[in-house]
Write a protein that binds this ligand. Structure first.
Ligand SMILES: *Cc1c(COP(=O)(O)O)cnc(C)c1O
Length: 363
């Protein structure tokens, strides 16, 4: 067996101990005589799994009791529609911050549905090389919520602070930074995340929502998008993505065993430092993101020469460092170094970068 260092932005690496555990339980989960993929979601053995997944996540993220935890389907992209459908009934209006492609899509989705939404800040004119500074006076006093994307996967930027929106609920897409560091959940009205970046295989989408915000849903919305209905049914209004939830639980166990999100954060900071310190120490590669907006999860860089960028990604893959090509819309390189990426993987990447720079001088 030869596992590579996989820098994919998503789906991405899962921790080896989690994969081993899942493999060992594949044919006979805990004496049930079947795999988790094969069991009824209404069985007591599965109920234990989903309940433990929720309990572990609550412990890991220190989620206050007045928040519901939902395991849904459709990816983060489905939540772009679910957010306004569930929340805009509060006042009929909402504010969006556009800091990259996914937040732009969320904004467009709300517009497409005909809602009265406003973009209160964007860094589009700067090629999204930083996140906007959001202050309280920028927020519409009659907004139902303010939507942000906390970590911008494609551009490699992240909020270094939690925007203060006063009494207006803050809604955050955390698909690519969820459970990478401790976060004060009480500062948010809603947090949502597709699982396949940092948490589990694709298929499950996490929504954490403050209970009092479950009262504003559009009565006409599809049942599958209705957070209140899902909360009332313990995420089992229909068949949930059983296996992905099970793997998510194993991932939560893995982080809890290592000491929780503070330890996870230390590891992530150490990994990102190796890469950013190298980027800052040389001039062959350019890191376009402004230092105070740098993501710990997605690190973007370019050589400034599209042909060299292409060669970089293909030579790196031959050296066992795969999926380093930047998003198709921006080019260059992107190293996604989520929780499951080992420190050694980042060290190996930097060693490769040095060697590549020596062997491929710019014209
Ligand atoms: C990947 C990603 C999405 C899209 O997620 P899907 O689960 O594919 O819908 C949305 N937002 C962010 C921040 C992402 O990284």
């Amino acid at each position: 067996m030869n596992r590579v260092f996989n820098f994919s932005a998503g789906p991405s690496m899962l921790p080896v101990p989690v994969l081993e555990r899942a493999a060992s339980e594949m044919l006979d989960y805990n004496g049930s005589g079947m795999s988790v993929m094969e069991m009824s979601h209404r069985s007591s053995v599965y109920e234990e799994i989903i309940n433990a997944a929720e309990a572990n996540l609550r412990k890991l993220m220190d989620i206050p009791d007045n928040y519901k935890v939902l395991f849904l389907q459709g990816g983060a992209s489905t939540q772009f529609a679910a957010v306004p459908l569930n929340l805009i009934g509060r006042t009929g209006k909402a504010d969006y911050v556009v800091s990259g492609q996914f937040s732009g899509k969320a904004y467009k989705e709300a517009q497409k549905m005909g809602y009265d939404v406003k973009c209160i800040a964007t860094t589009k004119d700067d090629n999204f090389d930083h996140v906007p500074v959001i202050t309280r006076d920028m927020v519409s006093p009659d907004a139902s919520y303010v939507h942000i994307c906390f970590n911008n996967t494609i551009y490699g930027t992240k909020y270094g602070y939690i925007p203060d929106t006063g009494d207006i609920p803050l809604v955050a897409d955390m698909s690519s930074c969820i459970i990478s560091e401790p976060i004060d959940v009480s500062k948010f009205g809603v947090i949502y995340a597709g699982a396949q970046k940092n948490m589990a295989p694709a298929g499950v989408t996490l929504v954490i929502v403050r209970e009092d915000l479950l009262e504003y849903g559009d009565p006409k919305m599809p049942s599958m998008l209705d957070w209140k209905l899902m909360a009332e049914n313990g995420s089992m209004y229909n068949t949930p993505p059983c296996y992905s939830i099970y793997v998510a639980k194993l991932v939560y166990d893995w982080i809890l065993e290592m000491g929780g999100l503070t330890v996870m954060q230390e590891k992530n900071v150490a990994k990102a430092k190796v890469l950013y310190d190298y980027l800052d120490s040389q001039s062959y590669y350019i890191a376009p993101v402004k230092p105070d907006s740098r993501s710990l999860m997605n690190v973007t860089f370019v050589t400034g020469d599209a042909d060299l960028d292409k060669k970089f990604a293909s030579d790196a893959a031959k050296a066992g460092l795969v999926n380093l090509k930047g998003h198709r819309s921006v080019g260059g390189m992107r190293a996604s170094i989520y929780n499951a990426m080992p420190y050694d993987g980042v060290v190996a990447l930097v060693a490769f970068m040095k060697k590549f720079a020596e062997e491929n001088p710019k014209k």
